[in-house]
Design a protein around this ligand. Structure first.
Ligand code: SF4
Length: 101
């Protein structure tokens, strides 16, 4: 009886972990990069690429097409290797932009 109860509890915990991962609850908890953050300023990060006024920027470039963007194509935001622990806007841009291969 005790063993059955333990197995039931283990299945319940596993199911709840899988549900959390499937809903992306952990990813959504990450804060967005603030354009005023020192690192964001040094990389000229803008959450809206259409507002970028930088010589390196080329029309059509955005975080969603950057090799460092960790979100999916349809995500509005996602992680970025340059800003660990935070999310960048899919429509954003910074000078570290590198087109996805
Ligand atoms: S490195 Fe790429 S994904 Fe990250 S902020 Fe810059 S342009 Fe966006």
């Amino acid at each position: 009886m005790e063993m059955e109860r333990r197995i039931f509890v283990m299945k319940l915990v596993t199911a709840s972990c899988m549900l959390g991962a499937a809903t992306g609850a952990h990813a959504q908890a990450k804060p967005m990069v603030n354009e005023a953050d020192p690192q964001a300023v040094s990389l000229n990060y803008k959450a809206d690429a259409s507002k970028v006024k930088h010589a390196k920027y080329q029309s059509g470039q955005a975080c969603s097409s950057c090799a460092l963007f960790q979100g999916k194509a349809a995500d509005a935001a996602g992680g970025c290797g340059i800003f660990p622990g935070k999310q960048v806007a899919a429509k954003g841009w910074c000078t570290a932009y590198a087109k996805k291969a």
